[in-house]
Design a protein around this ligand. Sequence first.
Ligand code: FES
Length: 148
Amino acid sequence: MSRTDEPTDPATPGLGRRPLLQGCLAGGAALVGLGVVSACGGPQTTPTVPSPGPLASLNDVPVGGTVVVNSPNGAPVALVRPNAGTVVAHSAICTHQGCSVAPAGATLSCPCHGSVFDAATGAVQQGPADRPLPAIAVQVQGQSVVVT
Ligand code: FES
């Protein structure tokens, strides 16, 4: 693969993956000491599970649509509203290597390596991810979507 067609990391546009990996190898030990390692496979700084409480306004989730929101503790959550009174939620962190997934029609797609998940169920439709997006328990309470 030539340098020009090397895939880029969406978190660092313009940089290929190699510099990020080299940075991980060189700085991994220092980052582990600070408790701040994510792209290198260690502890993540972004929480994967939202804290209980209000997550979004029901009006922010279109009927038949999917949105990704950040919970108050920073965990990204995909909200799907199959009908007016129902919202289901999944972690929006890809189970392959931890990138954030984004809505794409009836699916959630990962920009890093191309995994695709069913937005309604979190099931893997296309790898390399081989585990579903974890479900998150939510309820509609009035005009709010609340993590229970
Ligand atoms: S991190 Fe999502 S496909 Fe690799």
